[in-house]
Design a protein around this ligand. Structure first.
Ligand code: SF4
Length: 122
């Protein structure tokens, strides 16, 4: 899984980090963060999509192999959130996890849905 931030208040990032703590331990489900987008099957998007971040995000997304599953996490990534008056998502995603910020349990549910989608494509 690769985490791509599109410009956030940092609330979602803190919740994303808790996924790797012993309490939620996403790795026990086979979920691991990778440093390079080239190694990812799943992309975790956070943030409302600032102009600068959106320009760079296209280059990053192009490096991720086809058949990737995109999970938008948080109100900003789902709809632009409070920064963009909630009228449209900054990037198209396959799965949307609502909340501001969403609870780690909700993120895990969205990620597990992404894993199921990845497995069904094989
Ligand atoms: S959804 Fe809420 S917590 Fe997450 S980046 Fe937007 S404002 Fe911050």
């Amino acid at each position: 899984m690769f985490h791509l931030s599109l410009g956030t208040c940092n609330g979602c990032e803190i919740e994303v980090l808790t996924l790797m703590t012993p309490r939620f331990d996403a790795e026990r489900w086979g979920v691991r963060f990778v440093k390079s987008p080239r190694h990812a099957d799943v992309v975790l998007l956070t943030g409302c999509g600032t102009e600068r971040a959106l320009k760079r995000s296209k280059r990053v997304l192009d490096q991720i192999p086809e058949d990737k599953v995109v999970v938008a996490v948080g109100a900003c990534a789902c709809s632009g959130g409070i920064f963009k008056q909630g009228h449209k998502p900054p990037l198209k995603a396959d799965i949307y996890v609502a909340g501001c910020p969403p609870k780690p349990e909700a993120m895990l549910e969205g990620i597990m849905e992404a894993v199921r989608k990845c497995c069904s494509k094989d």
